[in-house]
Design a protein. Structure first.
Length: 242
């Protein structure tokens, strides 16, 4: 198995109607614009009915096709990316999100220089397709991320790089928590080492009709239930009252 420094992980389900292919092309280019050589970009295709590989293929891209199960409906798609990764470090990138040029090396250097840090998280910018101005999202007020994770999720998924070695010491997020998959992951990793925050802006999060936040807001009861169960499991692991 070839070892490398970084695995970038992107799930996608593209159709002719949802414009995900065009957004994915932008995401893939943003990874290239990091000017790194020791990386892989894993794109796991959740059974898209259109051919996306011929549009995105390049030397550093690892394409994985699987039958359609839904990206958030189960954790199978997301966990499959973690299993496939071979990089020393990992970072997620939504198919509709894109990195700021040359920012991933900043996170890599931070983890290189701080061996007790299991993950490093940074800031993000939300952009909107309805004319609203861009918004900086940075939860720098939360210093103790491990404890804060017991009440909310202050960690920006696609602005957070973590050590893949930590995955060998935890159970991957269970089925049924697709909407809080990243929260479950951060809670477990924070029990292995510190999650530290830097002020740098790493990623753009476009907000549009197909984003996860918009989709899950249509089913708030399910999201609330998943969060409650995730918090409960974390408190039980830590010996805290539930």
């Amino acid at each position: 198995m070839t070892r490398m420094k970084l695995s970038v992980l992107t799930p996608v389900y593209a159709t002719r109607a949802n414009n995900r292919l065009q957004m994915l092309l932008r995401a893939v280019q943003s990874v290239k614009d990091q000017h790194m050589t020791d990386y892989e970009h894993i794109v796991i295709d959740d059974g898209s009915p259109i051919d996306i590989l011929k549009k995105i293929k390049h030397d550093r891209l690892k394409y994985i096709w699987k039958p359609h199960t839904g990206v958030l409906e189960t954790t199978y798609t997301l966990n499959s990316m973690l299993v496939a990764a071979v990089g020393e470090y990992c970072i997620m990138l939504g198919s509709d999100d894109y990195f700021i040029p040359d920012m991933l090396p900043v996170l890599v250097r931070y983890l290189d220089d701080n061996p007790d840090c299991i993950a490093v998280t940074a800031a993000a910018i939300h952009t909107y397709d309805d004319g609203r101005p861009e918004r900086l999202v940075s939860d720098t007020v939360y210093v103790n991320i491990k404890d804060r994770l017991l009440t909310c999720n202050p960690v920006h998924c696609c602005a957070t790089m973590f050590r893949r070695s930590g995955l060998n010491k935890i159970q991957l997020p269970p089925d049924g928590v697709g909407h809080t998959w990243d929260l479950d992951l951060w809670l477990k990793l924070s029990e292995l080492g510190t999650i530290e925050r830097i002020p740098d802006i790493v990623v753009y999060y476009p907000r549009h009709a197909g984003t996860n936040e918009t989709t899950t807001s249509k089913d708030p009861d399910r999201r609330a239930l998943e969060m409650a169960e995730t918090f409960k499991r974390a408190r039980l692991r830590r010996g805290l009252p539930v």
